[in-house]
Design a protein around this ligand. Structure first.
Ligand SMILES: [Fe+2]
Ligand SMILES: [Fe+2]
Length: 271
């Protein structure tokens, strides 16, 4: 008697075995496809996660850089104040005037805020003007005046070359806040829309604020007189100096300018 017998399947069993084998082959194929899909998915997920993390880190870095830039520039702005009759309160008011104009002409909140943040740096170039000129009592002679008129270019050079949008906007404002719509301004004599919007806004706010304040060449004027000069002109200032759209915005909202001037005074403006 044989201890073991070779197993010989009968026809039925053979059929079942063949069918089971092909089922298994199909199952294995499905499994392989499934595994490969899952692997791709998890690989994609991993990549997406990595991308999200990299994006968040990049955003964080950008915010930190913006803060560092803003901090540096605030210090420069403070330095320029030591040179100038313009004060911290003036700088704050200018931000607010610019924001009113930005909103009235329909800029979105982000752009309005950008101009609000950049406006205080408009006179930063005055750090480069000699003290004997900046602190001179009495009127400047022609040559001294020509030196003062360099401050937009000095400021633009200080702020130039930065990847920060804030500093790029500040640079445009510093360079163009003495340009006039009719082309009679300085340093480049730019005309109309060739002057960046931020420069046009700061120019209007700066003019209003200077009219309301004491200057070496004039007393402080009332709100009514300042409005009259801006809207109707005098020997020094003409309505044609201003962007007509901004002038209309000022005509509509001049009371808010007065409110800001009365509210933000020097003693409250310690940075
Ligand atoms: Fe200026
Ligand atoms: Fe100013």
């Amino acid at each position: 008697m044989k201890l073991s017998q070779e197993f010989v399947p009968d026809d039925d069993l053979n059929k079942q075995l063949r069918s089971a084998k092909s089922q298994l082959a199909l199952y294995a194929k499905d499994l392989k496809a499934l595994l490969s899909r899952e692997r791709t998915k998890s690989c994609k997920l991993e990549t997406t996660n990595q991308q999200l993390q990299a994006y968040a880190a990049e955003q964080h870095k950008t915010r930190e850089l913006e803060k560092a830039y803003a901090d540096t520039v605030i210090r420069l702005t403070l330095a320029s104040r030591y040179k100038d009759e313009e004060t911290g309160a003036h700088i704050q008011r200018l931000s607010h005037y610019s924001k009113i104009l930005a909103r009235v002409i329909g800029l979105d909140e982000r752009d309005a805020q950008l101009i609000f943040d950049a406006a205080p740096m408009h006179d930063v170039g005055k750090v480069g003007i000699p003290d004997r000129i900046m602190h001179k009592q009495g009127p400047l002679d022609e040559q001294e005046w020509e030196i003062v008129k360099r401050h937009p270019i000095l400021g633009a050079n200080l702020l130039a070359g930065s990847p920060s949008l804030l500093l790029q906007t500040a640079r445009d404002i510093a360079l163009t806040h003495h340009e006039r719509w009719d082309g009679s301004g300085y340093p480049q004599g730019l005309k109309g829309e060739a002057i960046p919007l931020g420069g046009r806004m700061v120019m209007l706010g700066d003019t209003y604020d200077a009219l309301r304040s004491v200057r070496a060449y004039k007393p402080a004027f009332s709100h009514e007189k300042a409005c009259d000069i801006i809207l109707n002109g005098n020997a020094r200032t003409q309505p044609g100096h201003f962007d007509p759209t901004l002038l209309e915005a000022f005509r509509d909202r001049h009371l808010e300018f007065d409110g800001i001037f009365s509210e933000i005074r020097e003693e409250e403006s310690t940075p």
